[in-house]
Design a protein around this ligand. Structure first.
Ligand SMILES: [Ca+2]
Length: 153
């Protein structure tokens, strides 16, 4: 099957668009679901970073994956403040929680309106059983929405 014929599954994330609040996510107290702006639906998550450390919102529970299977991840990101930085990390782990690989995508700096970012098709590391999606904000207010994990056949 060629790349052009590759089929993608439905979104494997149950609440990647934050339409059901924080279900499936955990993070800092200054990450809240808002209706003031959204890329898809009527809600997004706003992460306000006011400290020296990057602020994270992570999937909880982690997504179940099959080692060797192919996946593509997408997320919509919007930032405020010229000092803002945002990106998404993917942490692939074994059943024993050993970290096999970290992938990154959606690196945004400065003031940026909503745009969708995505990975190329990624092969889950052999031996991985889960992937943690980490939405990361640093140095300003960042909105995330429409986070997707698609299995690619
Ligand atoms: Ca949404």
């Amino acid at each position: 099957m060629g790349i052009l014929a590759a089929r993608r599954s439905e979104n494997l994330m149950a609440n990647g668009s934050f339409e059901r609040g924080m279900i499936g996510w955990r993070g800092w107290v200054d990450a809240i679901v808002v209706t003031e702006t959204a890329f898809a639906g009527s809600r997004s998550i706003r992460i306000m970073d006011t400290g020296p450390q990057p602020h994270l919102l992570v999937t909880d529970p982690e997504l179940t994956v099959q080692g060797g299977a192919r996946y593509q991840f997408r997320a919509a990101i919007k930032t405020r403040l010229h000092t803002a930085v945002a990106w998404v990390e993917l942490k692939w782990r074994t059943r024993d929680r050993a970290l096999l690989r970290t992938d990154f995508f959606g690196h945004v700096m400065g003031v940026a309106d909503w745009a969708r970012y995505e990975t190329p098709v990624l092969v889950a590391p052999y031996g991985s059983v889960s992937v943690e999606v980490r939405l990361i904000a640093y140095g300003g207010t960042v909105f995330f929405d429409d986070v997707q994990c698609l299995q690619v056949e």
